[in-house]
Design a protein around this ligand. Structure first.
Ligand SMILES: Nc1nc2c(ncn2[C@@H]2O[C@H](COP(=O)(O)OP(=O)(O)OP(=O)(O)O)[C@@H](O)[C@H]2O)c(=O)[nH]1
Ligand SMILES: [Mg+2]
Length: 458
């Protein structure tokens, strides 16, 4: 499939960055005071290229032919020649036609932000699952662009506008790509279903998942809390898979903590979809810890971008704790203050120094406790299985035997009330305090009027 590999990576090439700010963008990113091309520069460097120049332009709307205006294209060309650049990278997403026109005028490769992100993911994907996910996203991105690659080829081989074998070749390429996309989707769906079952099966512990913008410090925090040995480095997308470790939560017991791939503003949609299997732990988590880099001038926008991706994954309604990380290297106290005003519940931490981690742990404990119900459960004295279930998933506080019944005072996560209902002859009701043996009437049966809160989930 040589025509799809038109773009080798940009490793050790020299790049000029172009950012176009449309009227609509300027309205929405009003609070971001950082250099608008800083993030793209980080991406391009992570992809292995060297940034040799930057150009920005404000425009009301993109130019249909070349995104930037004609005059700007001319000065970009001079810039490219003077700097002897190999590639021009746009911070915006370009149409296939815009890329083609720009490449023709500039005489160098033109890439957009999505292609750079896909390139990084492709170079860093290590697990089988991540490789499949990236390949799928790349092919989905290339499919509508196949024509443009062919046009490039046809011009070299037989001049502009030639029909004939070229059209046929394009059809064949397209069919091959479509077939591969279908196969990949099927494989990933299977992995996703297997993963869904696997994650569900080990949910006998409360599970907490770290989410956040790329480079926010999720892996560093994971290592600090669990003695895990996850790669943490000052590169974008250092983590592309999911690791889960036991975290001994003080005053609580062990919970499962997972670290996963970071998010970024305008994460390509098909990339999010492809990574669904990888994000399974996050989708099934009882609680999310959203780690944000408080020292980054774009922190507010990054936090908003993470919420957008959570929305796209359909998990924005989950209980989420915001942890403002890297407080040890905040240089602008006013910016931190405005973050705190905006998110008064957030916990300030430094994953590097360990500052604030006890406070984070106790906030996590509180958030998890919220899901626990204080219950009084009546079961046949012979029902050892249900008793074992309660001991495994909940916290049994007391146990009383009355005739052939056992009465248990137990704190149990809400999500286990459903499974309990399946057990025969078991009654569940809110614990109201006092002596459990007195709640059994003389005929040995419980007064079965559960409160609404229990009834709803039961
Ligand atoms: N000063 C300081 N640096 C930190 C802190 N936490 C993380 N870092 C640094 O930030 C960089 C990124 O950290 P990671 O833990 O890899 O970030 P991540 O969120 O896992 O990033 P991705 O896996 O790329 O999404 C590393 O160089 C860390 O050393 C902190 O509290 N203070
Ligand atoms: Mg990481």
């Amino acid at each position: 499939m040589s025509s799809i590999d038109r773009k080798p990576g940009i490793d050790s090439e020299s790049a000029i960055l172009v950012g176009v700010y449309l009227a609509s963008d300027r309205a929405s990113v009003g609070h971001d005071t950082s250099d608008p091309l800083e993030e793209l520069a980080g991406l391009v460097e992570t992809a292995g290229a060297e940034v040799v120049g930057r150009i920005t332009q404000n425009r009301p709307t993109p130019d249909p032919a070349s995104y930037i205006g004609q005059g700007k294209v001319e000065s970009l060309k001079q810039f490219v020649d003077a700097a002897d650049a190999d590639v021009v990278v746009f911070d915006n997403d370009l149409s296939p036609a815009q890329i083609r026109n720009l490449e023709e005028t500039l005489g160098v490769k033109v890439l957009d932000r999505t292609e750079i992100i896909l390139d990084i993911f492709s170079a860093r994907a290590q697990t089988h699952e991540a490789r499949l996910a990236v390949e799928l996203a790349q092919l989905e991105y290339s499919l509508p662009r196949l024509k443009r690659m062919w046009t490039h080829l046809s011009r070299m081989k037989m001049g502009v506008g030639m029909r004939g074998p070229g059209e046929k070749q394009l059809e064949t390429d397209r069919r091959l790509v479509e077939k591969r996309i279908n196969d990949l989707r099927k494989d990933l769906k299977q992995i996703e279903q297997r993963k869904e079952r696997a994650v569900a099966a080990r949910s006998d512990r409360m599970t907490v998942s770290l989410v956040g913008y790329t480079n926010a410090g999720k892996s560093t925090l994971m290592n600090k809390l669990t003695d895990a040995d996850v790669l943490a480095e000052d590169k974008l997308f250092a983590t592309l898979d999911t690791r889960t470790r036991r975290w001994q939560l003080p005053g609580w017991g062990p919970v499962l903590l997972s670290d996963t791939v970071g998010f970024i503003r305008n994460l390509p949609h098909n990339l999010v979809a492809s990574f669904k299997a990888t994000l399974e732990e996050t989708r099934q988590a009882d609680l999310l810890i959203h780690v944000a880099d408080a020292s980054n001038p774009a922190a507010l926008d990054q936090i908003a971008a993470v919420y957008e991706v959570l929305q796209e994954l359909g998990i924005d309604e989950k209980d989420t704790l915001l942890a403002l990380n890297k407080v040890d290297c905040v240089t602008d106290p006013l910016a931190l203050e405005s973050l705190r005003t905006r998110y008064p519940q957030a916990v300030l931490i430094s994953a590097a120094t360990g500052d604030g981690l006890p406070r984070l742990a106790s906030a996590v404990g509180d958030a998890l406790s919220k899901d626990f119900l204080d219950l009084e459960i009546h079961l046949p004295a012979s029902d050892g299985k249900t008793l074992a279930f309660l001991a495994k998933y909940g916290e049994v506080l007391s146990r009383t035997y009355v005739e052939d019944r056992t009465v248990v005072h137990c704190r149990l996560p809400q999500k286990y009330i459903g499974p309990l209902r399946g057990h025969e002859d078991v009654q569940i009701r809110p614990y109201k305090g006092g002596d459990l043996s007195s709640s059994i009437s003389s005929n040995g049966h419980v007064d079965a009027t559960p409160q609404a809160s229990v009834d709803e989930v039961a």
